[in-house]
Design a protein around this ligand. Structure first.
Ligand code: NDP
Ligand code: HSE
Length: 431
């Protein structure tokens, strides 16, 4: 048994500083749990003053990555730099040097998971990535291990804290989008480039990781249909509220007879649905398995200490593996190759907001376009002041997306329709 297990920490930003704090704060407890001291031997960071903020010795900090990756005394490399490069190169080099890896980098895993897992398998080292999805929520281990007895049917959740924070502030306090985004950045929730959160790329990477594990078939970020929240207006939020819905950025992956349906987009959820009450930076992930039924994982989806909680949990797992001479646990589980459906092939309910000319026969023309394309309406409401124009809000029953798009093409060409303002998918639209 080792007396010391040495860690090379790549990155001392939001998550890295949390990792440093937890490893320092619980050092004695971890010694009891693992039977060795967990030491941060070196830190890769550009800004040496970040060491002061966590009380780390400045001498630990370097900008020389090879000195950490090639150090024979380092057992575990914790990568919390973010982004694909140089993180990918550093991780592959560290694996080549026989280091075990803990990473929070969903972008890297969703796009280059195969290279990393294959390299790790070849070297017999562990790669753990619990913090890559859901921040502090345990979801990777439960899906890979505790729920492995199930055939997974569906994974659906709110997996981006920044957008959930923004949508909650907009819906509950009428906060402006930009203001809410600034707050999320100040709290350390947002990615370095917050467009990754806003446009859905962060959630797409996370659902790609979850879908790959759930359905044993590799799903990468480009496979995921993605829409962000920048098109959601205060008007949509208001109408959704009036009709008993809330708007959330939902990530969904389900297996159907004709393939996998994997997507991220704003979704209207009935107010009594459990995901509707997930507010602020909180995330929640539903998993439906054939044996267990539905289970929900809930907790803080971003932030320094919640993310670091998951990272250090992985470090402890790796450290225990090292102590007891085991390795790998459950490695990559992508044993099959399954078809992924195009967006036209999926089915959903839809909310549509249109600005139209307010005169007799308008509704009939629009309804005909829906009917001709096999789109069944669940409800229609006329909004706005009486006058030359009006706003129409439609909710459809479950509809194949390609039919909805065909109907919209006709509707957009009608002279009585000024504008189709927005289309948002609806969960449980009464089909
Ligand atoms: P930060 O930007 O706060 O931290 C990254 C740190 O690494 C920065 O201090 C950065 O310095 C430093 N760094 C980056 N590249 C280099 C390099 N080549 N050499 C030296 N230093 C470097 O990011 P986070 O801590 O927020 O995120 C880290 C990872 O964790 C990402 O993959 C993210 O997706 C993931 N994650 C983040 C969560 C969160 O709530 N923030 C939650 C869960 C996962 P500099 O600023 O000078 O570039
Ligand atoms: N930017 C991410 C979020 C951090 O807002 O959820 C956690 O991955």
């Amino acid at each position: 048994m080792k007396k010391d297990i040495n860690i090379g920490l790549l990155g001392l930003g939001t998550v890295g500083s949390g990792v440093y704090r937890i490893l320092t704060r619980h050092r004695d407890d971890f010694r009891l749990k693992v039977g060795a001291d967990l030491n941060i031997k070196a830190i890769l960071e550009r800004d040496i003053s970040k060491a002061d903020a966590v009380g780390a010795d400045r001498s630990l900090v370097t900008t020389d990555a090879p000195s950490i990756i090639g150090d024979p005394d380092i057992d575990i490399v914790v990568e919390v730099l973010g982004g694909v490069e140089p993180a990918r190169t550093f991780i592959l080099q560290a694996i080549e040097s026989g280091k075990h890896i803990v990473t929070a980098n969903k972008e890297l895993l969703a796009d280059h998971g195969r290279d990393i897992f294959e390299a790790a398998d070849a070297k017999g080292v562990d790669v753990y990535f619990e913090a890559s999805v859901g921040g502090g929520i345990p979801i990777i281990h439960p899906l890979k291990e505790c729920l492995a007895s199930n055939k997974i049917i569906k994974v659906m959740g709110i997996v981006n804290g920044t957008t959930n924070y923004i949508l909650t502030r907009m819906a509950e306090e009428g906060c402006l989008f930009k203001e809410a985004l600034k707050e999320a950045q100040a709290r350390g929730y947002a990615e370095r480039d917050p467009s990754a959160d806003i446009e859905g790329r962060d959630a797409a990477a996370k659902i790609a990781i979850l879908a790959s594990i759930a359905f044993n078939s590799r799903v990468t970020s480009p496979d995921v249909y993605m829409e962000g929240i920048s098109g959601v207006t205060p008007e949509d939020i208001m109408y959704a509220g009036e009709m008993g819905y809330v708007i959330k950025l939902v990530a969904l992956a389900k297996e159907e007879k004709d393939g996998l349906d994997v997507r991220v987009h704003p979704t209207m959820i009935p107010r009594d649905h459990p995901l509707a009450s997930v507010r602020g930076v909180y995330n929640a992930i539903f998993v439906e398995g054939d044996a267990v039924g539905e289970v929900m994982f809930f907790g803080p989806g971003a932030g320094s200490m919640p993310a670091a909680s998951a990272v250090v949990g992985d470090v402890l797992d790796v450290a225990r593996n090292l102590q007891y001479g085991r390795s790998g646990k459950v490695g990559c589980t992508c044993f099959e190759t399954k078809k992924i459906k195009t967006i036209g092939e999926i089915s959903s309910g839809y909310y549509l907001l249109m600005n139209v000319v307010d005169k007799p026969g308008v509704l009939a023309k629009i309804a005909k376009a829906f009917g001709d394309n096999d789109v069944s309406l669940a409800s229609v409401i006329q909004k706005g002041p009486r006058g030359a124009n009006a706003e129409l809000v439609f909710i459809t029953h479950l509809t194949r997306e390609k039919n909805l798009r065909a109907a919209l093409k006709v509707i957009e060409g009608l002279d009585v329709v000024n504008r189709v303002c927005n289309v948002i998918r609806v969960e449980n639209s009464g089909d």
